[in-house]
Write a new protein. Structure first.
Lengths: 355, 355
């Protein structure tokens, strides 16, 4: 039972499909990894991955879907490199360690400002209300981290930024529920949570932002370079794209994002209900309205109890429950591929452990 | 029989190992893709891949080995971003399309100059002699492409650049024979030829260059960021690193790079001998001293003959023999994982086709 925060559990069907055809993609006698990225066999996979992303998220035609490398951490740099011209400023809303990193990297490139933060004594236990944000109406963009893997918080409704493009790091948030893509200027997500293996980042970006992006940066970092070449400007990470295809195909076969959202909310409720019913024993450092359906953070009363909890969980073959080293406590990540029965087993174990 | 230029054939043993443990890495019950990059199981793989690179190439301790993303095309940008300060210039030797691309990307970042070119009527059929190079003794570095995938040329002996660090794109050249790493300041190689799947780039860089690198660039693009974090600053492409480990383990088991070089030279000779013995039928656009042991480029007399050649080869299950669209003709890529019997079969077919 894999509760890792990322890289995380992948759908068994997607992995089994990869295993079955690892040496022979569709009767070609070659692994997908051995195919030319300019050949028909790979191109079909590549285009299917993009088409499934568009279909499942209902991405408007006015948006480009890019498959890139370098992870979300590289997007921390390439977003301002492309979208933040000299003389302009960009807004960052800070809700955790990843938005702090994005903000800090933005500083290396241009003028960035904090348009809101929920930091308190070095921790972030909530998501700001719209009224708390001090947004710059002339900002090049406003950046949020839509789910905070480390602190276990998640934006339920996204902020209104008027005509300023909303940019969201959705690494641990994309593809677990339907979203209205048209609310965003740019969405990026490292694949290793709900999408596929690490080494791939999905970028969904409004075409006018691509076209208006800066041209005084290296070719390889311009979104237009990849947009104009269907993400085949240089060799893409072909196996990672292939796995993305397998994962999205599995999501579709299981009812798409509406079904996925119901399943995920039910999974999270199983665990949060145990925490709430035993609040004398399990602590929740997160404001209820900000609770993440992807990363469920909770604490026990003493370090000894936490150690014992992890040891007992390990005996039950539950992995990845230790909280991030920067915040401590426990964390159960319950992405799409984490099975409902694992969440049920964890909830039952939490009850038994308290008893 | 996979003669693709890249992504290319991978060793069957490396793929079979991946297939066998795709759902369960070393009895952990999880795929390597599902493991945390901070966990013991993945870290062992990661460190073994780096250690095997060091061992097989005999990399001195004064060099850092980095496992990065973005391919060689991203290195075209990050090499000058790190190593080319304002007020300095960098030398580029042009021997083909990839060195032209590296030079062009360098221009977007700083002052670069051409220190030699073998271009003639838009084509590159040879490698320059040392005497042809006009090297700047004050250059920040001198850049070469050590093997030219498209034109089928390869540096046999590398140029002398004195105290100027030699930087080499070895994407289609690394790990097929022993090299003296100490001759270089920095080597980079996209994995998808002799190393593993696409989506991974190996950088071997002198530690003093890392330390002296520019600090006024985004954190994610600084070599020091990755050097200080053992290439675990952000989530690495874990499956690609795992495959690199499998491939290098296979190279080691097959006798290391000395054995690999003999095998590769024998393979290339099989094909070049047919070309030379039938020079009234097969043309070689490459000067003999510059012939690549990795990419064997040859021509036939007419487009009709070339079409027929490819059609007959396809019947024999030979893939990837069509030359690059920019130069035409034929190209057989004979990387490490291309079996000697495939090269023998191709040579035999070439004889029969002429007959």
């Amino acid at each position: 039972m894999n509760f890792n925060a990322g890289p995380a559990a992948l759908p068994l069907a997607a992995l089994e499909r990869a295993q079955a055809e690892l040496l022979d993609l569709g009767g070609t006698g070659m692994s997908v990894m051995e195919h030319s990225h300019r050949g028909k066999a790979y191109e079909a996979v590549h285009n299917e991955a993009i088409a499934l992303t568009r279909e499942l998220l209902n991405v408007p035609e006015t948006y480009q879907i890019l498959l890139l490398q370098g992870g979300a951490s590289q997007q921390f740099a390439t977003v301002p490199m492309n979208l933040l011209p000299q003389g302009k400023s960009a807004d960052y809303v800070l809700t955790g360690a990843w938005s702090q990193k994005a903000y800090k990297e933005g500083k290396t490139i241009g003028t960035v400002r904090v348009a809101g933060t929920t930091e308190k004594d070095g921790k972030f236990g909530r998501i700001p209300a719209q009224s708390e944000l001090t947004l710059d109406a002339n900002a090049a963009y406003a950046h949020i981290t839509s789910n905070n893997t480390i602190f276990g918080t998640q934006w339920d409704k996204f902020p209104e930024t008027g005509s300023v493009p909303l940019v969201a790091d959705m690494s641990s948030d994309l593809m677990w529920r339907p979203i209205d893509v048209s609310k965003f200027g740019l969405i990026y997500a490292g694949a290793q949570k709900n999408l596929g293996p690490s080494g791939l980042v999905v970028v969904i970006v409004r075409k006018d932002l691509v076209e208006g992006g800066r041209k005084d940066i290296p070719t390889i970092f311009q979104y237009r370079t990849h947009a104009e070449n269907n993400s085949l400007y240089n060799t893409p990470p072909t196996f990672s794209v292939y796995l993305l295809r397998n994962v999205l195909d599995d999501v579709k076969k299981n009812g798409g994002l509406a079904a996925m959202e119901k399943r995920n909310r039910d999974k999270a409720k199983l665990i949060y209900d145990v925490i709430d019913a035993r609040s004398d024993f399990y602590g929740s450092p997160v404001e209820k309205s900000a609770r993440s359906a992807m990363n469920i953070v909770f604490t026990l009363k003493t370090p000894e109890l936490e150690t014992e909890f992890l040891a007992e969980a390990k005996k039950l073959k539950m992995e990845g429950l230790k909280g991030h080293r920067s915040v401590g406590g426990m964390r159960a990540s319950t992405y799409n591929a984490v099975l409902p029965e694992w969440c049920k087993a964890l909830a039952d174990f939490m009850k038994a452990f308290k008893a």
